[in-house]
Design a protein around this ligand. Structure first.
Ligand code: TXA
Ligand code: MG
Length: 320
């Protein structure tokens, strides 16, 4: 069976039938491609962990297509969480709340909380609606590696293991959703992502950010020091960086680079220096650099405001 198909109406219906019967389907969201299964079916969810080679301690995000479905999944929804949903859903924001027992333990790795989001992509929304369930979906990449921002990335990394890949073109944002937890009452950012923190704070005020260096217990494996990594070593450029002449090096430039003499290949995130465009291109550029089989990839830092924080977060983890 050919597993990579265009996301036409009839293929979305076919994908929904696969989800209903316990299969695993890759589909686009506005952030990255997901690897989805029926969130209420433990066996189907187990296959996601198997396919991704994902450790069982790393919980999945549950995707819904209707804001009211949150009540079927979560117990108590604090006011500030409700506000965020109303402002930003559908959109690149995952919210962690106390879970109801309909969500099997395997989805949440035994935690009493669940991360939920409503994606802003019509293919994803149609798929969830037609499947008549909630869809548990991590990013569609082997655990720890580069996230997929188009269907070819999924096909190359996991193709043979999936029942179907819905091709919906390149994803709009290119970086995973921002994760906010209300587990202990006050909002805490567990993962910096496509929804800038400034926007969240403009709605609910100051939020705490839990970085892996803040010394608190790790709550989100997306916070692991090394994650989102290409197989080629990656280094962030600083004022002290020396470029080796005896190695084949690649450059991940933010805008047009000042010099190209040290590098065999150059990928530019955004010629005009636009952070949204840079975020959308990040993983695609890294996938291409990885395929060049270079000895090392050097990455230029980007300004750390808005989406620049999410880009720098991913680059630091890729370099760790
Ligand atoms: O943009 C996205 O969020 C994409 C698309 C497919 O929706 N999904 C995604 O999933 O990035 P994944 O599995 O690659 O990352 C999910 C992160 C993990 O780091 C996981 O630890 C965290 O969400 N997470 C899930 N449930 C959690 C929970 N109950 N408490 C804390 N962290 C949780
Ligand atoms: Mg992931």
């Amino acid at each position: 069976m050919k597993s990579l198909v265009p996301a036409t109406r009839s293929n979305i219906l076919k994908a929904a039938e696969i989800i209903k019967s316990g299969g695993v389907v890759s589909f686009p969201t506005e952030t990255v491609y997901g690897l989805g299964a029926d969130a209420l079916n433990s066996d189907a969810v187990a296959r996601i962990f198997e396919i991704k080679n994902r450790p069982s301690f790393d919980p999945l995000i549950v995707h819904i297509a209707n804001i009211n479905d949150i009540k079927k999944i979560c117990h108590f929804i604090p006011k500030a969480a409700k506000k965020l949903m109303l402002y930003f859903w559908p959109g690149p924001l995952s919210i962690v709340l106390k879970k109801k027992s309909v969500i099997p333990d395997i989805v949440t790795s035994g935690l009493d909380t669940v991360a939920v989001r409503m994606p802003n992509n019509h293919i994803a929304l149609q798929l969830i609606m037609k499947s008549n369930t909630a869809i548990a979906a991590p990013s569609a990449n082997p655990f720890g590696y580069l996230s997929p921002t188009n269907a070819a990335h999924v096909s190359l990394q996991l193709g043979t293991k999936l029942d179907l890949i819905l091709d919906g073109g390149s994803t709009k944002y290119g970086i995973e959703s921002t994760i906010v937890s209300f587990n202990h009452g006050n909002p805490v950012i567990l993962r910096i992502g496509s929804l800038p923190i400034e926007q969240i704070e403009s709605v609910i005020g100051k939020v705490q950010i839990m970085t892996s260096s803040s010394g608190q217990k790790l709550q989100s494996p997306g916070q692991m020091a090394r994650h989102y990594s290409p197989t080629t070593p990656l280094k962030l450029i600083t004022s002290k960086t020396k470029f080796p002449s005896d190695k084949s090096s690649g450059l991940l430039a933010f805008r047009s680079p000042r010099t190209s003499k040290h590098f065999k290949t150059i990928e530019i995130l955004s010629k005009k220096g636009d952070l949204r465009e840079a975020a959308a291109n990040l993983f695609g550029c890294l996938h291409r650099l990885e395929r060049k089989k270079l000895d090392i990839i050097f990455a230029e830092p980007v300004p750390e405001t808005g989406l620049g924080r999410a880009i720098m977060d991913r680059l630091r983890r890729a370099a760790a």
